[in-house]
Write a protein that binds this ligand. Structure first.
Ligand SMILES: *[C@@H]1O[C@H](CO)[C@@H](O)[C@H](O)[C@H]1NC(C)=O
Ligand SMILES: *[C@@H]1O[C@H](CO)[C@@H](O)[C@H](O)[C@H]1NC(C)=O
Ligand SMILES: *[C@@H]1O[C@H](CO)[C@@H](O)[C@H](O)[C@H]1NC(C)=O
Ligand SMILES: *[C@@H]1O[C@H](CO)[C@@H](O)[C@H](O)[C@H]1NC(C)=O
Ligand SMILES: *[C@@H]1O[C@H](CO)[C@@H](O)[C@H](O)[C@H]1NC(C)=O
Ligand SMILES: *[C@@H]1O[C@H](CO)[C@@H](O)[C@H](O)[C@H]1NC(C)=O
Length: 448
């Protein structure tokens, strides 16, 4: 991101925090973040940080988990189709119009949500917001513009296949779930070039409904967002068909690939995001080691690395794997190593989680893990992208936003027993394993 803008964002956010303290001591009314749910079901969430730069997003519960068998891959195309012609403006006009005020439109998607966001100077909010509303509500998906996206789809699919960590995560979800969360973020090979305008229209019609959307903003007045939401994001009402609940099955996916290395992950089902035990898994992730750590030269507190060091003299990387969704989650270990070391490395990593389940965690380990988790959460909120993402996904998931103070209190409340119980859930759960690379010596999931 643009460093100057980020720094400016920080100083303004601190100003807002200072104001909040003032409010606490002098009873001045000041609400930095506000969340409102409109009768249509649309959630409006904003943080006024008094920055001269604004960032606004439309979040929709329309990630790839909502694709059906007939249109699998459609969200990948939708992600690339954000700046195509709408009813009010040509693709060219959208591009020029946003650029003319120095703005920028971007689209990202996760398995749960799609997020359209624009940033601009505060004075241009009205102009840019109109484009944002049009690209999310008045798409035309002209057939020739959609077909012209195919080379870009192809390129993304190839890139994802060549990036082993990415491929591993896709395989892991495919093996872990029967439906919904098994869908890939990338268009499957057999659908590249076959997703058409009608697929896109049908998907948007069914999934882009007010009750599945949130309009969120940073550096913008809540009342402005509310008015826009009431007026323009009220076109399709209703909650839509309720999406399918993810069904965990457990299983294995292996893909042989060129090279000498193996990327491997072993997980069990954990819990849904926001459930009481979710934070225990986050703390456990930091107890074991959240960032990929390389063995060589590291004098580390990472328990996985400490354990694997005893099992092999070959180089490796290891970290705890954790991802959480609205109705399920995956937790386990992820490793990268030479093909020949795979068995030793994976077994040693799994054994470390078992040790934690058996109570091998000290109060010092717990404190360190909590501090790391809190600082990771705070750091991710330091950029406007990170903040908008947190605000948007929480607004969609729960219709509320948890302040960082409250989040930190919840983390502090996680006990040693909670962490050991989370580890036990991994140990006793039905396993899912994915591996990519030189698989000659990689054990199968039933051999672990
Ligand atoms: C948005 O759409 C409306 C109606 O289709 C159109 O009148 C308006 O010019 C469009 N605005 C932009 C910025 O594309
Ligand atoms: C749409 O955005 C993509 C990048 O996301 C860009 O490559 C493409 O040129 C844009 N299309 C138009 C018509 O502006
Ligand atoms: C989203 O769209 C797909 C394709 O039209 C449809 O099968 C699915 O039921 C929709 N999801 C919801 C929650 O309506
Ligand atoms: C799991 O880890 C991801 C990063 O991989 C993090 O963004 C997320 O907050 C974690 N989930 C929980 C429930 O802690
Ligand atoms: C490794 O860490 C321990 C304690 O954390 C410290 O006492 C020791 O000096 C460190 N060793 C190196 C080589 O940094
Ligand atoms: C702290 O955790 C306990 C269970 O471990 C729970 O009963 C209690 O409500 C939690 N307190 C807060 C403030 O979250």
């Amino acid at each position: 991101c643009n460093t100057i803008l980020c720094l400016d964002f920080q100083t303004r956010l601190y100003a807002a925090q200072a104001a909040r303290k003032l409010e606490a001591t002098e009873h001045v009314s000041f609400q930095p973040q506000e969340v409102t749910k409109l009768p249509s079901g649309l959630v409006i969430a904003s943080l006024e940080n008094y920055s001269p730069v604004s960032k606004i997003g439309v979040f929709v519960k329309a990630g790839c988990r909502h694709e059906s068998h007939d249109n699998v891959g459609v969200t990948h195309i939708l992600r690339l189709a954000s700046n195509l012609t709408t009813k009010g403006a040509s693709a060219f006009k959208i591009c020029r119009g946003i650029e003319a005020v120095g703005g920028h439109l971007s689209v990202t998607s996760t398995r749960e949500n799609m997020a359209y966001s624009v940033d601009c100077l505060r004075d241009d909010v009205d102009t840019v917001m109109e484009y944002l509303i049009n690209v999310t509500t008045a798409q035309e998906f002209r057939p020739w513009e959609v077909s012209a996206l195919t080379p870009n789809v192809r390129r993304d699919v190839d890139d994802a296949a060549d990036t082993f960590p990415q491929r591993l995560v896709e395989l892991l979800h495919q093996a872990a779930y029967k439906n919904a969360l098994s869908n890939s973020l990338y268009c499957p090979e057999f659908m590249v070039g076959h997703i058409q305008s009608e697929h896109l229209h049908q998907f948007v019609q069914n999934n882009f409904t007010s009750a599945r959307m949130a309009l969120v903003g940073l550096g913008v007045e809540h009342s402005v967002l509310k008015q826009v939401g009431e007026q323009f994001l009220n076109i399709r009402s209703g909650a839509g068909a309720s999406g399918g609940q993810a069904q965990y099955r457990g299983g294995e996916m292996r893909q042989q690939a060129r090279g000498s290395m193996v990327h491997c992950a072993v997980v069990s089902e954990s819990v849904a995001a926001g459930s009481p035990d979710a934070l225990a898994f986050s703390v456990l992730q930091h107890v074991l080691g959240a960032a990929p750590h390389i063995k060589r030269g590291s004098n580390t507190t990472n328990k996985l690395v400490q354990g694997i060091n005893k099992a092999t003299s070959l180089p490796f990387e290891a970290s705890a794997f954790n991802s959480s969704y609205s109705d399920s989650g995956l937790f386990g270990v992820s490793t990268v190593c030479q093909g020949a070391a795979a068995g030793d490395v994976i077994r040693a990593a799994v054994a470390q989680v078992k040790a934690v389940a058996d109570g091998d965690v000290t109060a010092a380990d717990l404190t360190r893990a909590k501090t790391q988790l809190k600082s990771q959460q705070l750091m991710s909120l330091e950029t406007s992208e990170g903040f908008l993402e947190a605000l948007g996904s929480q607004a969609l998931a729960s219709g509320a936003y948890l302040s960082t103070d409250a989040a930190a209190k919840n983390i502090d409340n996680v006990s040693l027993t909670d962490v050991a119980n989370a580890a036990k859930m991994f140990v006793s759960g039905k396993k899912t394993m994915a591996s990519v690379g030189n698989l000659g010596s990689t054990p199968f999931v039933d051999e672990l």
